[in-house]
Design a protein around this ligand. Sequence first.
Ligand code: HAM
Length: 419
Amino acid sequence: MPEFQTSPGTRDILPPDAARWRALTGEFAAVVEPAGYRAIVPPMFEDLGVFLRLGEATDVVTKEMYDFEDKGGRRVALRPEHTASVCRAFVQHRPVEPWKVWYSGPNFRYEKPQAGRYRQFDQVGIEVLGPDDPLLDVEVISLAWDFFVGLGLRGVELRVNSLGDAGDRQRYADELARHFGGHRAEMSAAALETLERNPLRVLDSKRPEDAAAIVSAPSMRDHLSRAAVEHFAAVTAGLAEIGVPHRIDDRLVRGLDYYRRTTFEFVATALPGAQDAIGGGGRYDGLVADLGGPETPGVGFALGVDRTLLACDAEGCFAAPDGEVEVFVVDTTGGSVAMHITRELRRIGRSADRAWDARSMKAQMKAADRSGARVAVIVGSDEAAGGTCIVRNLGDSQQTTIARSDLPAHLDAVLGSPA
Ligand code: HAM
């Protein structure tokens, strides 16, 4: 066992998985950039106060924050998510509205590590600051949907709910506190503890002792203001109009406290229950003001890259791109011919690799086979002296000798034009 290993809840993403990771971000950009979203890269740590605005009743803030004092005595934290940073950036830079941004990057939460739940995990996401138009919620949700469908996922369920405006939420929380207060005797200790801090989160409990109290709990739907009801009706009507299948789930409360009105979650049916949420989001109309900016509505989502790829594994879609080179150069004259040929091939857009350490012809040919390249270009002393090379098809072992100057055209004929 080596002395050093990755810390609990963190992983090395090795080849070829890392390429798949990157390809997923590329797919995401290909969905959101044509819709007017532009990339943003906020810092990975911020003043702790930024994240405290996520709500001091959330586990993310109270239990899971990676916060520490830096050498200058500042209290900082590794970001547990991107939304607070995007809102902080909005307040700091005051860009023109609507501000439509997308991001991808790691987040840090001190959670209990298990399959699909890590302490460092990646998200891709979008945020829009400015409009409170319900059709914007529809655009945001539909982009996540299109992304999942584009990856080839079929078992994705979209659940939507409205948490109403700040006043509605408070009234509902009070009502829930009253309701659960009457069920204390049968409920789990964990749920009773949650009840003290955040009655809405009790609805999330999966413990059997809490089930009866949850089933009989009052519904958020009966506590929404008229404006929130109308907003939500427009969102669900819009989703129906453009054919994004969804289910209204009035027990859906999200793990972060900033949500107002629309909330939603994407669940992968192929994943085990506790880690089946592959993404979520909603409106957070009060967050910019909480961070010291003007009242500015906001809506967005973040998708878990790790879990999305687990869902792709479970459904057998979105395989890792093949990272193999097209050409492998074998040079038995010492290696400098290979240096020139690989450089020249890369310059014209061909991917090319080679062997090292002046190995024998046999060892280099073995390396060529292992590389996955379709073609080997072989140079021995005769070819070097005559300005030629042998081009060998590694699939059927057919080979031919050509002038080195003809190599680019010959490869075009054999492999097609460079990508
Ligand atoms: P969230 O629900 O906390 O929302 O996280 C979004 C997604 O990130 C989850 O659905 C899940 O796929 C993934 N995720 C969260 N925690 C972990 C973990 N420990 N390990 C692996 N994956 C994880 C947010 O973060 C909000 N900022 C979303 C949002 C954006 N709302 C509005 N705009």
